[in-house]
Every structure is written in C-alpha cells, then in structure tokens.
Design a protein around this ligand. Structure first.
Ligand SMILES: Nc1ncnc2c1ncn2[C@@H]1O[C@H](COP(=O)(O)OP(=O)(O)OP(=O)(O)O)[C@@H](O)[C@H]1O
Ligand SMILES: [Mg+2]
Length: 255
C-alpha cells in the first residue's frame, strides 16, 4: 500500500499549464527524488500536495484518505511537512525557538492557559522544548540551540529548516531544493541527515537540481518536463536515459 498516490494531477494558472496528468506513488519508508528542468512543475507539484494550491484536476490520496484541496495546516496535521525552495528560517530568534514554531500545529494551549501560565501550559512547554532538543541532537545542532538562526552557517540554517519540519513527526517530508547554495561538505552532511530520517521512519520526497546529491540520496527518481511526468526509474536508469539527458542539455543540472 502506497503512503501517497497522486492521480492524474493537473494545475493551470490562467493559460499556463503547470502540471498535466501527473500520476505517481510514494511507498512508506522510501526516499523519492523529483528532478526536471527549471519551470517543469516540481514546486507546483508539492505546492498542490501540501495545500498551498488546489489541483485543477486529479487527486492526492495520503494514508488512504483523499486530501485533495485541504488547507495547508490540515495537511500538516495529517502528517505531511515541507520546506521551501527559498530559505525560510526566522533570523532573529534562536535555533531552538525556530524549531518550536514547527510544533504549533500539535500544541493545544488556549490564550487563557498562556495568560495564567497554568501548570498545564508549563508542562506542555517543557515537553515541546525537550522534543525540539531531541531533533536538534539528530542534526548535530544541540550546541547551537541558543544561537540566533541568522548566525548559523548557511548549510546549518537549511538543516534547521528541515528540523522545524520534522519536529511535528510527519510521515512524509517534502523538501524543495534543500541543497541550494550549499557547498559539497554541507551537501554530504545533508545526504547523511536525510538517510538518518529515513531510518527513523520518515518517508522523504525531495526535489533537487544537484545531480550528485540526488543520485546519492534517492532510491527512485521521477523526472518532470513541461509539467508532465517524463520518466521514472532508479538513479542509474535515469542517469543512462538518453531522452532524459537530452532534456537537460543546456540546463544547469546536466546529468
Ligand atoms: N502562482 C503561479 N502563478 C502563475 N504561474 C505559476 C505559478 N507558480 C508556478 N507557475 C508557473 O508554473 C510553471 C512551473 O513552475 P514551478 O515553479 O513549479 O517549476 P519548478 O520545476 O519548480 O522550477 P525551478 O526548478 O526553477 O524551481 C512555470 O511556468 C511557472 O512560471
Ligand atoms: Mg521549484
């Protein structure tokens, strides 16, 4: 049984057909990569899946439930978390506070509770901090928990974003170009981190242009071109696919 099934997803923006008839599945525990030239619809695909947009046509079945068109916070609550193509850490608060923001969908505290700082509130806050510290430990960021996010090296800021996405214990993590702007050492650290997340039971769907990275981390690749699914296979199959090589000619992500 697939964790996620996308059935014939289409998305139009006015006259622009950003996605056309895209069907795919992601099994529990997999690391699936999505590649494709600029403008091929990769971000649009996860924007539709994560509730930023609704597909024009088609549906998403997640954990056997049709989640098509649900609002983003509902989808997060169902167990799909994501990061964005552009870095979105909150620069002027600490690393730990950045992570705590990722827990807001799980914390059930009323304004009343907060105002009076009831015992319940203090207990929930303590549990949230403990949870956030555990996630920082997985990413080797424990020593930086008090640092302002803007003072972390760039690669660590990107790891921090992923930490914020996983603190809510998602089943499925969507990453949109997590390597952008990273140096090769940071990319290797990120690849290791993603594999650790997989071992901890998180299924990962990762969009990436960097071929060295995606080939090292993904078990299966889906190629988009002009909004349609163009190819699918193991990294080696995709790397050797002449049709795929042709669509990348002239693109920054040459295979
Ligand atoms: N909100 C929007 N309004 C209008 N057109 C959009 C919108 N979002 C995406 N598009 C268009 O949809 C197409 C696919 O864009 P998308 O951002 O999904 O591509 P991408 O594969 O993620 O590209 P990149 O590799 O550059 O990030 C493009 O033609 C883009 O201009
Ligand atoms: Mg994109």
């Amino acid at each position: 049984m697939s964790l996620l099934t996308a059935n014939k997803i289409g998305k139009n923006f006015g006259g622009v057909v950003a996605l056309n008839d895209v069907s795919l599945t992601v099994d529990k525990g997999e690391i699936v990569g999505m590649i494709g030239p600029n403008g091929s619809g990769k971000t649009t695909f996860i924007n539709n899946l994560s509730g930023i947009y609704s597909p024009t046509i088609g549906n998403f079945i997640f954990n056997e439930e049709d989640i098509t068109g649900f609002e983003a916070h509902i989808i997060t609550g169902k167990g799909i978390s994501r990061t964005f193509q552009n870095l979105r850490v909150f620069p002027n608060i600490s690393v730990l506070e950045n992570i705590l923001i990722g827990l807001h969908c799980k914390i059930d505290i009323s304004l009343w509770d907060v105002y009076f700082r009831f015992l319940k509130t203090r207990k929930i806050e303590a549990q949230a901090r403990e949870k956030a510290m555990k996630v920082l430990e997985i990413a080797n960021l424990t020593d930086s928990h008090d640092t302002l996010a803007k003072n972390l090296p760039y690669g660590k800021q990107r790891l921090l974003e992923i930490c914020r996405a996983i603190v809510s214990d998602p089943y499925l993590l969507l990453l949109d170009e997590p390597c952008a702007g990273m140096n090769p050492v940071e990319m290797d650290d990120l690849a290791d981190f993603i594999k650790i997340l997989q071992k901890r039971g998180i299924t990962v769907f990762v969009i990436e242009h960097n071929m060295r990275f995606i080939m090292s981390v993904a078990e299966r690749l889906i190629v988009l071109a002009n909004g349609s699914k163009f190819a699918e296979g193991t990294p080696t199959q995709i790397q050797n696919d002449k049709k795929v090589q042709a669509i990348y000619l002239g693109d920054e992500g040459d295979l």
